[in-house]
Design a protein around this ligand. Sequence first.
Ligand code: GDP
Ligand code: IMO
Ligand code: MG
Length: 422
Amino acid sequence: MVSLVIGTQWGDEGKGKIVDLLSKETDFVVRFHGGNNAGHSIIVDGKKYAFHLIPSGILHPQAIGVIANGVILDLEVLVSEIQMLANEQIDLSKKLIISPRCHLILPYHKALDLAYENARGKEKLGTTGRGIGPALADKVSYNGIRIYELLDWKNFEEKFKFQAKIKNEIIKTFNVKPIEISKELKKLKSLREIILPFIKDTYEILQKAVTEKKNILLEGAHGVMLDIDFSPYPYSTGSNVITGAVNTGTGIAIKSIEQVWGVVKAYTSRVGGGPIPTEIFDKTAEQIREVGHEYGTTTGRPRRIGWLDLEATKFACQISDITDLAITKIDILSGLKKIKICMGYKLNGKSISYSSCGYNELAKLTPVYMELPGWNEDITKVREFKHLPKTCQDYIKFIEKFLGVKISIVSVGPAREEYIKL
Ligand code: GDP
Ligand code: IMO
Ligand code: MG
């Protein structure tokens, strides 16, 4: 069975937790797009893990982690994650494979990302600063360097020097310190030694796994509202986030995917710039941010907070052909007297859909809200739907009815066991 997990909002919906939860009997857990701009946190046996590149199901003993061709990766981050797991006595030598087709995020990409952001000043986009945009720009302009080149160090060295010299000229125009080419090469050479044994043809391995009907879980990163094509560009991330990215990012045919999980956080959060139609700035936002620990897993930035936006989420469900929903962080809403939920948008008195909006429209429109009563009880220990407070049940059922997609998991806490299966 091939399943996919997709974030339906602006990222940080709790995908990592859901992937870990679903990986119990999974043979392969696969990252297929994005890079280490992703930050997926999971809590297992009281210990917190934050993964940026290594698939979140890796802690299950049988699960093989796959970093497929669609991922762009920073060797330093990858090696630090491998070492972090080694310190936990988790040996990845037979548990992780990386495609030679993955493009590398190199030091000059990070320098360029930050230089562009600084140059934008007040208009900055709020990227994660991980070099994502510049690395993907290099990929499509044939200036990228893939893991493949690491197989032949001389080749890599040549390509790196060529690109780094050009990039340094650009970096200097921003009045930013250029990268030190020989120092960076030395570092990359030692990282290469650690990575080489993991490089395998992930395409072939995954095709065989599909044919043999193995369980494959595809781990989406980011959220549909950040998709490079279907977000309010340029307030986007550099990759496609929707289901279609699986085919280009792994080689697996879309028709092989039997189940698409949409992860929906019970409210909205976002890091970085760009409009959020349902954003709130009052005490409720502060309460949700503090109780929900809404600070970025990757950058530690405070996340912006809003009410659940069902207009946007409905779009995400439609475009990604979502079959099952996992609602997360519903426990964080405990204690709110009233909970608002956005059911549509109005602009100049007329209804407008999410897909018809660019960033200008999203910033100006008025959300149409429904207000539902809240609940006071701590629900983190609840394991059966019928034991949830009635108003909480109603909130969940309202979401399910509006989106027309069945809710199969309700997550009531960050730990692996804190969930209700429906
Ligand atoms: P991801 O990027 O979608 O994987 O999400 P992040 O890991 O960046 O952010 C989600 C945060 O919420 C993490 O700190 C999780 O441990 C936590 N989390 C996930 N699900 C739940 C939940 O149901 N309740 C609570 N309280 N926390 C959750
Ligand atoms: P996970 O997988 C939240 C956002 C950044 C920024 C924009 C562009 O943890 O849900 P980038 O560095 O990608 O060029 O930044 O995209 N962004 C995310 N926000 N969670 C993520 O991933 C994100 N990945 C990218 O904050 O607004
Ligand atoms: Mg995250």
